[in-house]
Design a protein around this ligand. Structure first.
Ligand code: BES
Ligand code: MN
Ligand code: ZN
Length: 480
């Protein structure tokens, strides 16, 4: 990752980038940019609609960027994140290793730029034998802005590191990260920042009769795990926020095997667990005053010899009998046991994240998270606001009681999926059956992995949703 430092005054001999926000008719002005350059830039902006200028001054570069003025703060911050990514690409292309960002825009915008650059500088090159192929030549960003403080930069780095861990976990293939491996990664992260952690292995999961997790694991040669992380700083609330995540390390669909190339990216199916675990890692690193428990069921889903089959009836952790209609609707089975377990933790709110349904991805594409809530209307409002700030947005779906009809079973208490329509919602309804507390369900199937680079998010694991959770938790703390 690149390093970031705050400067009080500009450094001589280091390349500079001046950034301005501009309305249609504005001209830019600055006492730091030479008159000749400014008038040239202004002319180009007006006549040719250009927004980026780079002057090669042999030993250093002088760059000027203009960001269009946006309607609201969140959109403006996002424009700065995008600029950060664009400038990183430029620096890499020109082999610029050090750059100072000089701008007197408000703190949120300057930090948007920093965040964009940090997030864009991620690489996953563990498996490139020639590391030169992917490494960014860019090294150091210096921030010259009157409003940014050292602790703003430290916080941005902590969050970017957590996003990096999240992306690494999702990018790691199944052959090097099975359920035991995921649990070990969570243990290591927890030890690093003083989070209490416990891993249940197969025998304990059997003793506890977690029927959902065990059924999905039946066709696998690798045992399941169930990881519990607890971050409880002194003086924090008694009743915790519980974060649950789907840790399905590889989803073949099981006996209802995924056809064609539907299986291609299914190493991503543990992104919900990675997102929530690294969010807890981030808030523990920041020392935020809130009691949080993370609950992460994990296994792969395979059509091995003893694999569970459609028609099976599973007795779940809470005693519910579930008729299996499709073995590819496995995420909800392992999550259901985790949500039932969460009842014992007396939470004030439970949020889960899961790459749960293709239906969520089809409905809104790769531009947001599909969400439903039960008894958590006010928390959902806070979640949506946090989503706008992080620009990891929430689209709330209806959660009318009529949808319950679609997962009624003729022979058991409930079945694991409904007909094709409203697939994201019926999955949520299935999960809600196992809750008795305020509850928000986040379906991240559309955003966990990107098919192509988009600004500060590279192709592959996106790291989407972690910054949303940190913003959400900060708002919860503020509102208390
Ligand atoms: N892991 C998948 C959902 C998924 C799809 C995640 C695409 C990321 C990208 C999930 O386990 C699944 O297979 N869901 C089925 C449910 C259906 C059988 C009711 C689906 O969405 O097709
Ligand atoms: Mn599946
Ligand atoms: Zn799945």
């Amino acid at each position: 990752m690149i390093s970031i430092e705050r400067l009080i005054t500009m450094k001589q001999g280091v390349s500079k980038l001046f950034v301005f926000i501009k309305d249609e008719n504005d001209v830019i002005s600055s006492k730091f940019v030479e008159h000749d350059i400014l008038s040239f830039v202004n002319q180009q902006i007006q006549e040719n609609d250009k927004d980026f200028f780079a002057f090669n001054q042999l030993s250093q570069w002088l760059c000027v960027a203009v960001v269009p003025k946006k309607k609201d703060l969140n959109l403006q911050v996002e424009a700065f994140r995008k600029l950060g990514a664009k400038i990183l690409d430029f620096c890499d292309k020109e082999f610029i290793k050090d750059l100072q960002f000089v701008s007197d825009v408000q703190k949120e915008y300057a930090m948007g730029f920093v965040e964009g650059m940090l997030l864009a500088s991620y690489t996953f090159d563990n498996y490139k034998t020639d590391a030169k192929q992917t490494i960014h030549p860019f090294d150091n960003l210096f921030v010259v802005n009157p409003f940014v403080e050292n602790n703003d930069i430290e916080e941005a780095i902590v969050i970017a590191r957590a996003v990096e861990k999240y992306r690494d976990l999702v990018n790691e293939p199944y052959c090097s990260l099975n359920a035991e491996g995921l649990a070990t990664a969570f243990v290591n992260m927890s030890h690093e920042v003083g989070i209490e952690v416990e891993v249940w292995h197969k025998d304990k999961i059997e003793d506890e009769k977690m029927g959902g997790l065990l059924a999905v694991n039946q066709g696998s040669v690798d045992p399941p795990t169930f990881t519990i992380m607890r971050y409880r700083p002194e003086g924090s609330n008694e009743s915790p926020l519980v974060l649950v995540g789907k840790g399905l390390v590889y989803d073949t669909g099981g006996l209802n095997l995924k056809p064609g190339d539907y299986m291609n990216d299914m190493k991503e199916d543990m992104a919900g667990a990675a997102m929530m675990a690294t969010a807890i890692y981030a808030i523990a690193s920041l020392g935020l005053p809130i009691h949080v428990v993370g609950v992460f069921p994990s296994t792969d889903n395979r059509p091995g010899f003893n694999a569970y089959a459609s028609g099976d009836i599973i007795n779940m952790y809470d005693g519910t009998n579930v008729e299996v209609v499709n073995t590819d609707a496995e995420g909800r089975l392992i999550l259901a046991d985790a949500l039932s377990y969460a009842k014992k933790l007396s939470p004030f709110l439970v949020v889960d994240a899961a790459t749960l349904t293709g239906a969520a991805a089809r409905a809104i594409g790769p531009y947001g998270i599909a969400a439903v809530e039960q008894d958590a209307k006010e928390y959902m409002t806070i979640m949506k606001d946090a989503g706008e700030r992080a620009y990891e947005r929430i689209a709330e779906f209806p959660f009318w009681s009529e949808y319950d009809e679609l997962i009624k079973s003729d022979i058991a208490d409930i079945k694991n999926c409904g007909p094709g329509e409203a697939g994201m919602i019926t999955a949520g309804k299935f999960l809600a059956h196992f809750t008795d507390y305020p509850y928000i369900h986040l379906d991240i199937a559309g955003v966990a992995m990107f098919e192509r680079k988009r600004d500060y998010i590279l192709k592959g694991a996106s790291g989407y949703g972690l910054r949303l959770m940190v913003e959400f938790i900060k708002s919860l703390i503020e509102k208390k």
